[in-house]
Design a binder for this molecule. Structure first.
Ligand SMILES: [Fe+2]
Ligand SMILES: [Fe+2]
Length: 302
């Protein structure tokens, strides 16, 4: 059995004090929003409790699907690099970036500096190359395929884009890994389907992503971004593929947003007969401690 943990959207705070010139961009809006609302919603002590509970479960691997930072200040990146290293060694933690990690164009240069080892494929770090998506990591009978949907956008937009080239490489990778009989887990930040969240937050090429999945197949898709528990079944060549989202890993129960949670996937069986159970742990609304929230068999749609 392989146990995969998933958490997302930690939006790590508190925000370092920005320099004036760093606010001369879209960041000014994010900074005001953080000061007004978001610092109350995303709490570092909630995130610490969640990570302690997750560590006690001793997962074989942990996936983090983006939005580590808030307005992508240079000082935020240094702090989140340390947070990732505390979560586990790069061999055991896979990260894909979210829209907040690409809040301004200059943020992209920080990825390789602080997160490189956590978002590169097997052997890539040894070759000294930077992040290239999708990356592929094989762990026993499981393959992790990490995508980047994070692109800088104008103010008031939080859309994502995978792009034609990345989707082409994804299709090849999924076909190769499928032929190897591996349990393929695809990681991306934006939900790859239409959600109740408005149009300004969508994955622009979600249809093309789902078309790749329908042709090449995958066993599980994990995402973040909407900050809610979600389960959608996508079309695959051999049956339906579950796509699962989660609340922010630092969210307080404020009555308006779903409180912090993470998922544990227990993956067992063999090619053609894999089984997968998901167990959600987190804060129930109004609760001060972490408990089991739900348990579901994902081996069959329903
Ligand atoms: Fe987020
Ligand atoms: Fe996001």
């Amino acid at each position: 059995m392989f146990v995969l943990a998933h958490l997302t959207d930690p939006h790590i705070g508190p925000l370092p004090r920005p320099r004036l010139r760093e606010l001369a961009s879209k960041r000014i809006l994010g900074w005001l929003n953080w000061r007004r609302n978001r610092h109350k919603r995303h709490r570092v002590e909630i995130l610490s409790d969640l990570i302690a509970d997750l560590a006690a479960q001793k997962p074989d691997h942990t996936a983090v699907t983006g939005d580590l930072v808030n307005i992508a200040l240079p000082d935020e990146f240094a702090a989140t690099g340390e947070w990732l290293r505390a979560l586990g060694p790069a061999a055991d933690v896979s990260f894909v970036p979210g829209n907040h990690d690409a809040y301004v164009r200059s943020a992209l240069a920080q990825w390789g500096k602080h997160w490189n080892a956590y978002m590169t494929g097997d052997g890539a770090a040894d070759r000294g190359t930077g992040p290239r998506f999708p990356y592929v990591r094989r762990r026993g009978s499981v393959a992790l395929v990490g995508l980047s949907s994070a692109v800088p956008t104008p103010a008031f937009l939080a859309t994502g884009l995978l792009g034609h080239d990345q989707l082409a490489r994804l299709e090849t990778a999924l076909q190769t890994l499928g032929a190897e009989g591996l349990f393929r887990v695809v990681l991306l930040h934006h939900p790859p389907y239409r959600t109740p969240a408005s149009r300004h937050k969508r994955l622009v090429d979600a249809d093309a992503f789902r078309a790749v999945l329908a042709r090449a197949g995958a066993e599980l898709v994990l995402h973040g971004h909407d900050h809610v528990h979600a389960l959608m079944w996508l079309d695959g060549p051999g049956g339906k593929i579950p796509a699962v989202g989660l609340p922010s890993a630092s969210a307080t129960a404020d009555g308006h947003h779903q409180p912090a949670a993470y998922n544990l996937y227990r993956i067992d069986g063999a090619p053609g007969a894999f089984t997968c159970e998901v167990l959600s742990r987190g804060f129930a609304p109004g609760a001060a401690t972490i408990t089991e929230l739900a348990r579901k068999n994902l081996s069959r749609p329903g």
